[in-house]
Design a protein around this ligand. Structure first.
Ligand code: HEC
Ligand code: HEC
Ligand code: HEC
Length: 253
């Protein structure tokens, strides 16, 4: 996404959003970090919503899209003998998410201001909890790797990336990022998901699931992604659940 396209899109998004209710969904979501935001994590007095992630519109034309310092920490990334993709350090939009969600950078630290925006209740970085992924991403879904046809050829469980639904976009480099599954602006499906994951439909968009897998998932709260299940890829339970069925190797699990 170039700055130019961002600047052209922003007024559109604002305009269209008011009509479609999309603004409503960021306003009512935990990503509204303004003082009026609905969550416990919000600013003391800052009224703007977009400023936590984007520079204000009236700033210099060369202003970057992003208003945050990107994390540079060395992350522990997902590794597995069973994974054909080789995720490296986070790239692209995933770094944007991690600039808050790894819990190392102050939420109110934005490039367009000299001083850090003060948060209510003395909060600085993202408080501990499910939303704080930390810098150890080895138990999260792998990100920042090219999801390319060859990967699907090598891995019988993966569907060809051409079959991905429009709701699960790869980035312009063909990489799978946080934004493949999440949209920071839209909490319509909960957890800022790009689509509903009812009956594991999101997981099944990429993964060819053996009926035995699916029926196991259905027993577990009706979806492959009960809290941390698909995310906790290295969890022993998942390994066990899958060892007995399907092909000999289970990628991502
Ligand atoms: C919590 C962080 C966050 C907030 C708050 C936020 N955005 Fe974004 N925005 C993002 C991320 C991340 C991207 C990049 C998405 C990508 O690369 O797929 C983005 C991209 C965009 C884009 C580029 C088009 C697109 O969808 O990719 C527009 C336009 C935009 N945001 C508008 C806004 C407006 C207007 C607001 C305030 C109402 C806002 N954003 C608030 C995180 C945020
Ligand atoms: C400016 C900081 C910031 C950025 C950037 C940001 N988030 Fe968040 N996000 C938050 C905060 C704060 C919460 C609320 C955490 C809490 O209440 O414990 C949150 C909550 C969430 C939640 C949980 C939603 C819920 O209903 O509980 C998800 C999922 C999420 N963010 C995904 C993302 C993704 C994906 C990106 C990048 C596209 C992103 N966030 C970028 C600050 C951010
Ligand atoms: C392959 C899809 C996918 C990718 C990639 C992905 N997520 Fe998620 N994420 C999900 C799903 C599905 C859930 C809902 C889990 C649930 O229902 O418990 C979720 C939940 C979350 C939550 C809520 C807390 C939790 O653990 O349940 C946060 C925060 C979050 N994701 C952030 C991120 C960030 C940041 C990235 C990139 C580093 C990312 N996600 C990459 C699918 C994904």
């Amino acid at each position: 996404m170039t700055t130019r396209r961002f600047l052209m899109c922003a007024p559109l998004l604002l305009g269209a959003a008011t009509a479609s209710g999309q603004m409503q969904s960021i306003i009512d979501s935990p990503h509204n970090l303004s003082a009026a935001g609905p969550g416990a994590v919000r600013a003391l007095s800052e009224e703007q919503i977009c400023v936590f992630c984007h520079p204000p519109h009236q700033s210099a034309p060369i202003q970057p899209l992003w208003n945050r310092l990107l994390p540079v920490t060395g992350y522990a990334v997902y590794t597995s003998n069973a994974l054909d993709a080789e995720p490296g350090q986070p790239t692209g939009a995933s770094k944007l998410c991690l600039s808050c969600h790894d819990g190392t950078i102050a939420l109110g630290s934005v490039v367009s201001r000299n001083t850090t925006i003060q948060m209510a209740s003395g909060i600085t970085t993202l408080p501990p909890g499910a939303s704080n992924l930390g810098t150890d991403l080895s138990d999260d879904h792998p990100i920042s790797f090219p999801y390319e046809t060859m990967l699907a050829v090598r891995d019988p469980q993966l569907l060809n990336p051409d079959l991905l639904p429009a709701e699960l976009p790869l980035d312009s480099a063909g990489e799978l990022q946080c934004t493949t599954c999440h949209d920071a602006h839209n909490n319509w499906h909960g957890d800022f998901l790009n689509m509903s994951n009812a009956d594991s439909v999101m997981c099944r968009s990429c993964r060819r699931m053996w009926p035995a897998h699916l029926s196991e998932f259905r027993k577990l709260q009706g979806s492959c992604w009960t809290r941390r299940y698909c995310l906790s890829l290295s969890a022993a339970t998942i390994q066990l659940r899958f060892r007995w069925s399907g092909p000999s190797r289970n990628r991502f699990m």
